[in-house]
Design a protein around this ligand. Structure first.
Ligand code: NIG
Length: 398
């Protein structure tokens, strides 16, 4: 190629370009972007002529992380609960109620300030695509507010009214509220519907009811399941065609068979497992069974107060026994699949939008430049500041 691209920009001097596509890892590489889209990737010596250029001086480049599971709209402080847990208390799902009060009593401007701060912190950690959920207000007005503001700051918004039954409410009455007026209020702002299908949260029957109500309004299902014990979460997710079932710490052989035969992604949340001192989700076993795997942060105030995908990837390699390539795939293309944003051909997703989680012609120009020549340093040098630059749709965001 030697045609000149006047508005295009070439990033060259890339030691390792992890395309997370059929082109694999390219050494001594370059990437050309234009108008927020990847135009070309390949060996630098074969690159097209482009006027605007950036020399990355031997750094590694990979797609920006796709964090497909966060809870970014909340207020209040649960550090004491965490400290008590580290001193030996068990995690119980009812802790969510503590955040509920603070979230309900915080105004829109303060919620926006907190959200902006959290989104920016995620970008600075190399994340370029974010999903976030409602689910800490748990009344119609607070859930509607959370959905409305979230849509202004993240790529995908999920309605999680069915996160916990607010204290003092009957669970059937609350499920009716979620499926009725609450769903109606949030519908204009959300793409996804989720339910915490777990003992102490929502039963199998209630979970199906919630997801079905969302489907009837054109929302796509995803599920929090199998976090605290074996249960119906995976089965419900697969039956309802959920894009993802998240947590999956406890999975039976039947769950594994169901996932392997489905399109539902299993999303593991290693930072959450560490923060709750749970056994890590069986990511190795899930991958070996041929299941699509995603890694996400689960940023939330109760069980995972971090948006660091780099940390999650390090943990996946060091402790979940994934190879570097598997972990990068799960944190990029895996997350994209969990949000239906993955490449289905020519760098586009199933709706014809630029795909996320890969660097291939047609995909979004979302990438992270590492402060290192080798991406393995994400795990080899855990906790070190590995993110050098982050670009989202071609614009630097860190
Ligand atoms: O993903 N599992 C349910 N929801 C959160 C917990 C949130 C909280 O404790 O505040 C989670 O871990």
């Amino acid at each position: 190629m030697n045609n000149s691209h006047s508005h295009a920009k070439i990033f060259y001097g890339i030691s390792e370009l992890h395309t997370v596509s059929h082109q694999g890892v390219i050494n001594d590489a370059a990437i050309v972007i234009d108008d927020g889209i990847v135009q070309w990737v390949g060996e630098q010596r074969l690159a097209p002529d482009v006027d605007n250029s950036v020399n990355l001086q031997g750094k590694a480049v990979l797609p920006g992380w796709v964090d497909s599971h966060t809870h970014m709209v909340f207020a209040g402080d649960r550090s004491a609960e965490f400290e008590a847990r580290m001193a030996g208390e068990d995690y119980v799902a009812g802790g969510i109620a503590l955040t509920m009060e603070a979230t309900r009593h915080t105004g829109e401007q303060e919620h926006i300030r907190l959200l902006e701060e959290r989104v920016q912190a995620a970008y600075e950690g190399g994340t370029t695509t974010l999903e976030t959920k409602t689910g800490y207000g748990l009344d119609v007005a607070s859930e509607e507010l959370a959905a409305r503001i979230a849509g202004q700051y993240v790529d995908d918004v999920t309605f999680l009214g069915a996160h916990l039954v607010p204290p003092g409410m009957d669970s059937e009455d609350y499920t009716d509220l979620v499926c009725g007026p609450m769903l109606e209020a949030v519908s204009p702002y959300v793409q996804w519907i989720d339910v915490f299908c777990e003992r102490g949260a929502f039963s199998e029957e209630q979970s199906r009811r919630v997801l079905q109500a969302g489907l009837e309004r054109g929302l796509q299902p995803r599920v929090h399941g199998n976090q605290l014990g074996l249960g119906p979460g995976v089965k419900v997710a697969v039956d309802l065609g959920a894009a993802s079932v998240d947590h999956v710490n406890y999975v039976s052989d039947e769950d594994i068979a169901l996932l392997a035969a489905s399109d539902t992604v299993a999303t593991v949340l290693p930072a959450c497992d560490l923060s709750t001192r749970q056994t890590l989700a069986p990511a190795r076993k899930l991958l070996d069974a041929g299941i699509n795997l995603a890694i996400a942060t689960n940023l939330n105030p109760g069980t995972s107060y971090t948006s660091s995908m780099n940390f999650c990837i390090s943990t996946a390699v060091l402790q979940m026994r994934l190879s570097l390539a598997e972990a990068i795939h799960a944190g990029t293309a895996g997350g994209a699949r969990a949000l239906n944003r993955h490449d289905v051909g020519e760098g586009k997703d199933s709706q014809g939008r630029p795909a996320k989680g890969c660097l291939t012609p047609g995909s979004a120009a979302d990438f992270q430049v590492l402060n290192s020549a080798h991406a393995i340093d994400l795990a080899y040098r855990p906790g070190m500041p590995m993110t050098y630059q982050v670009y989202r749709a071609g614009h630097q965001v860190n």
